[in-house]
Design a protein around this ligand. Sequence first.
Ligand SMILES: [Zn+2]
Length: 428
Amino acid sequence: MDPVLREELILAKLRERVAYAWERSDFYRRLWGSAGVGPNTLHTLADLRRFPLVTKDAIRDDQAASPPFGSNLCCDPAEIARVHGTSGTTGRPVLFAISRDDWERIGAAHARIMWSFGVRPEDTVFLASFFSLYMGSWGALAGAETLGATVFPYGAGVPGQTERSLDYLALVRPTVFYGTPSYALHLAKVAEERGDDPRELGFRIMFFSGEAGAGIPATKARIESTFGATCIDTGSMAEMTPWMTNAECDERTGMHLWDDIVYTEIVDRDTLEPIDGDGEGVPVYTHLERSSQPMIRLLSADLTRVTSEPCPCGRTYRRLPEGIYGRIDDMLVIRGANVYPHVIENTLRTTPGLGVEYRLVVERPGELDLLTVECESSDPGVADEVADRVQRAVGLRARVTVHPPGTLPTTEFKARRVDDRRATASPL
Ligand SMILES: [Zn+2]
């Protein structure tokens, strides 16, 4: 689509969504009223920057004050079709009330985007992720169903389920896989332990969300060579469902921003002002189609780089060439250096002979921070090479501990591989 025409469409949808929220949401009337903006503020897309940013904390506080769904519920409670939410492991959970017509639009958006990376009605989609409050599996299910593919909602997380999945996969022969990158690598390991070649499982396309791995070049390459499939990175935030409005096409040049479904601004990480043109920053998302709980300028905590360079697929949507490669709150400051865990992951994935699991431990045993990289290999002598590679990548000498293969905890869902023990250490 011509980008100029698309901007006109986005502006029209945005004005309609802002007017809708102004009419129905106490949350936005309060927020915008105090900032002196409203439906008449929007003459161009650039005017959106005058609207205040919304934080996840503000949504959580609002739901605590107006339980259960907050003062931003814009639909009639009788229209709510599904309740989802965050896991609540880091505080009060946040609930998502999704209306029936929103669910249909979510299915349509995901179907359209899944088509862009090659899924077709002839495919069978194996959904190997939790069917719980977590939105990812349900969105993938809705998208695959709307597209007309066959769905195989296998799930994850039950003891022994991965081992049994190999028998199911041999029987059903799905062509598309959905889950987290960690889980795919775990599945490959289980298959190999049984003497099976993961390439024989027959996946053509593997798409991922919930973790950054599918956008990390070495992890992507490892998944593609292990399974002989195309590895597709997708995802934004559960609050922003349809979360797949960030998604790679089948050219795999980084995630496109499907801006006519969720309009995405990239803001400077310090000033929080939108950057002009291409560059690094933090995504700010705005729903253009959601009616139940529209998010307008929701600030993520993610770090990315955006480009308007053309993609060989011909789509004119901007792209995030390296995906979402960090979270602002993920960055570790170790001995004064800024260290992003994804950079170390990329280094480990390109080191021959290492297993898929790893862990980063940061401590302060004395005056200085100590970074320990724990990895798996049958060759303990690989430690020096790992330390050299990590030093070249992040500028720090790390202590490297090599464990025998299969002894680090395995990851089936969202990997938690960073253990920063400094924050909890006694200040004495
Ligand atoms: Zn493309």
